[in-house]
Design a protein around this ligand. Structure first.
Ligand code: CTP
Length: 403
């Protein structure tokens, strides 16, 4: 599956820190996302993990010594620097941060960073006291001002047993920031994209709600894909069990009415609205203030009132709207009716009765129906790939809007 990292050349610097073992997993994820990864380890890093681990994962030589005769750098010490699309340093130690801030290049990593024109993402890790020391704070600030992207460090339990700032950020956060960086000139650059995700919860009483089976996976995949293509993303999400993608603005909501208000506000100055949320069409008319008790009742009747149609109500001068349609029968007919009723440019329809389709799955099989009424059946694919195909259509519709 193509990603923004496919075919990209990433120089991956690893410094001496207990967190260096996590860099092995990061290298593996970069390779899985399609990147060509050249690992440069500082001398200290090799005391924590062996170069062989990185070599096995990247299938490329690992650079540990600037002057080793076998080193690619010894022939042309700026070779890696020149071909890098981005440099990622994780974990970045306080020592390397100090060296980079002052242009020291007495090792392969320092020399490469000094020689490269590629953007640098740096994820610090180490002891809390080192990161609260004004020297390190100032060094990081200097690098930030020079355009380095600093991710973390995160707070939590440190190797010393202390709780504090110094943990390496999560792989999701580091990779998300790297992906956003690589995609910043993508075909959605300069666009504001609003995405809704998850299933709304309509309260019955303080402990119960009416919900639905939406997992939020489809909407989160659209958010991730839009970020990778350079968009500024607002993700309006009902509760899900998912980790929000790095580099997107998360706006959590619970009910359809809350989603309505936030979507309308965010969509008013947006370019694109993708409503993948499963919005409850009805809500309990009068949620109980206290927990509803069972005693003395043989049955319980609920009175529901209608929620507003969020996507139909969303308006913006430049806004292109895309709806999802969940159907269990008459897919095309129902989806076409939604296209008219909701005044949207595209409906992404799925028949959730088919295996591997819709709720909770990692895959989806959808039909795209546009205003001309034409229907394009896409094969079963990963939700991230579905998201990319939907955004391909969105890019065309956004371009037509400007023409
Ligand atoms: N939607 C919305 N507001 C609602 C209900 C749905 O914005 N109150 C949006 C959904 O996010 C989706 C699209 O409308 O993008 C279609 O949702 P779906 O549940 O398939 O259709 P409904 O309009 O609810 O119609 P029906 O339940 O009759 O199929």
């Amino acid at each position: 599956m193509p990603t923004v990292l496919s075919g990209k050349s990433i120089v991956f610097g690893v410094c001496g820190s207990i967190a260096a073992y996590k860099a092995v997993d990061l290298a593996s994820k970069l390779v899985q996302l399609g990147a060509r990864v050249d690992v440069i380890m500082t001398d200290r890093a090799t005391s924590f993990v062996g170069p062989i681990s990185f070599q096995g994962i990247t299938h490329r030589p690992v650079v540990t010594d600037l002057f080793a005769p076998t080193s690619e750098l010894s022939m042309d010490h700026v070779a890696l620097a020149r071909r890098a699309d981005a440099v990622l340093i994780a974990p970045a130690s306080a020592n390397t941060i100090a060296k980079l801030a002052h242009g020291l290049c007495d090792d392969a990593l320092g020399a490469t960073v000094l020689a490269t024109a590629a953007p640098v993402v740096l994820a610090p890790a180490g002891d809390a006291n080192m990161f609260s020391n004004p020297v390190t704070v100032a060094n990081l600030q200097l690098l930030r001002e020079r355009g380095f992207i600093i991710v973390g460090p995160a707070s939590g339990r440190l190797a010393s047993g202390q709780i504090g700032l110094g943990r390496l950020e999560s792989a999701e956060e580091i990779l998300g920031r790297l992906r956003a960086l690589l995609g910043r000139a993508g075909d959605l650059a300069g666009m504001k994209v609003v995405i809704s995700a998850g299933g709304t919860r309509e309260p019955l009483d303080p402990v119960r709600f009416l919900g639905n089976r939406s997992s939020g996976k489809m909407g989160y995949a659209v958010a991730e894909a839009a970020r990778d293509r350079g968009a500024t993303v607002a993700l309006i999400s009902a509760p899900t069990g998912l980790q929000p993608p790095a580099g997107v603005r998360l706006l959590p909501v619970q009910t359809a009415l809350e989603m309505h208000d936030v979507v309308l506000e965010e969509a008013s100055d947006a370019d694109l609205l993708v409503m993948s949320a499963a919005v409850a069409d009805f809500r309990p008319e009068a949620p109980a203030a206290e927990k509803i008790k069972r005693a003395g009742k043989d049955r319980l009747d609920l009175s529901l009132v209608r929620n507003p149609d969020v996507i139909a109500a969303a308006k913006g001068q430049r806004l292109v709207k895309i709806a999802f349609a969940v159907e269990t029968s008459n897919l095309l007919e129902n989806a076409r009716a939604k296209l008219d009723a909701k005044k949207v440019a595209l409906v992404v329809a799925n028949d959730v009765t088919r295996p591997g389709v819709g709720f909770e799955h990692d895959t989806n099989q959808v039909t795209l129906i546009d205003v001309s009424g034409k229907a394009e059946d896409l094969p079963m694919m990963d939700k991230f790939e579905v998201a990319q195909r939907v955004l391909d259509r969105a890019v065309m519709m956004l371009a037509a809007r400007r023409a």
